[in-house]
Write a new protein. Structure first.
Length: 109
């Protein structure tokens, strides 16, 4: 299982912010990459860095739609995301628990 860390996302964001001046391909690439990460987490092949589920999920949410009209991210937006991730503080362990219902509760009537 792979771990999606803040540093991995920061590296991707830094690369995209350097390429943003070259057109929208950098933000389109980031949107595609974010979708891939989101679905890998859903499939259970990737997990978030411990304690940073909310911070990482928020950035992925913003990135997933970066290729859509009205949601374009500038180089400054990408730098702000980097700062957000760099300044994020770890949350309590509950932050890393899945949001799914308790399967034992489904058996009750």
């Amino acid at each position: 299982m792979n771990v999606l860390t803040r540093q991995h996302i920061i590296d991707q964001l830094q690369l995209a912010s350097q390429q943003t001046g070259e057109g929208t391909s950098a933000t389109s690439h980031m949107a595609s990459w974010a979708f891939d990460q989101f679905y890998a987490v859903e499939a259970g092949t990737v997990i978030f860095e411990t304690g940073y589920r909310q911070a990482i999920a928020a950035v992925l949410d913003d990135l997933m739609f970066a290729d859509q009209p009205g949601f374009h991210l500038s180089a400054n937006d990408l730098r702000q995301m980097i700062a957000h991730l760099e300044q994020a503080q770890p949350a309590d362990d509950i932050d890393d628990e899945e949001d799914d219902d308790d399967p034992d509760m489904d058996d009750q009537g």
